[in-house]
Design a protein around this ligand. Structure first.
Ligand SMILES: [Zn+2]
Length: 190
């Protein structure tokens, strides 16, 4: 899947989770950091791809992208597994713990969850593609839905575009269906 689809699926997943949660007070800083972390989590597994936008946008990103790719075992390897999810989760938690003393207004628990939801949505979306996802590494089997490869999505092709539009429609529906819930959340932002 392309980074664009991953970004959209990350925010969609996060939005749907917020919709079923009771309204709770969060600060503006928490809301901003949570959104940022959610988008970061949505593309984080693809740091193992030298051509990922993540690397393309850095001045010497191409070089680093290639090196990281080699270190992580190539595309769709450790970063696309439950093991990678745990390692990224622990790493991001550590990063937030370090930052917490200088950003006391941020609820790092929510920010961490936003990141994890983004990352999980990435793995689920990639599971729908032809390449599949090695969820159970070090067991080197790639899983896909549906199990028959030819019914799965090819990155960038029509099926992905249909998924993108569907997610977009879900988001628009979501905003209208949960309008009062969302307004309530913003009322509680301080
Ligand atoms: Zn991926």
């Amino acid at each position: 899947m392309t980074a664009r689809t991953h970004d959209l699926s990350a925010i969609t997943a996060f939005g749907l989770i917020i919709a079923v949660q009771p309204v709770r007070a969060v600060t503006v800083a928490t809301a901003i950091f949570a959104l940022f972390a959610n988008q970061l989590g949505g593309v984080a597994p693809d740091i193992d791809q030298p051509t990922a936008p993540f690397w393309r946008n850095l001045p010497i990103g191409k070089f680093f992208g290639k090196e990281i790719d080699r270190l992580l075992g190539g595309h769709r390897f450790i970063t696309h597994s439950l093991l990678g999810l745990v390692l990224f989760g622990l790493g991001f938690r550590w990063f937030l713990d370090v930052l917490h003393p200088i950003m006391t207004k941020v609820d790092i628990h929510i920010v961490w969850w936003a990141f994890m939801v983004g990352m999980i949505s990435h793995l689920i979306m990639d599971t729908l593609t032809k390449e599949g996802v090695p969820w159970l590494l070090p067991i080197p089997i790639k899983f896909g839905i549906p199990p028959l490869k030819r019914f799965r999505v090819t990155t960038g092709h029509l099926a992905e575009k249909i998924i993108f539009i569907t997610l977009f429609v879900v988001d628009v529906w979501y905003i209208f269906a949960n309008y009062s819930h969302l307004v309530n959340i913003f009322h509680h932002i301080s």
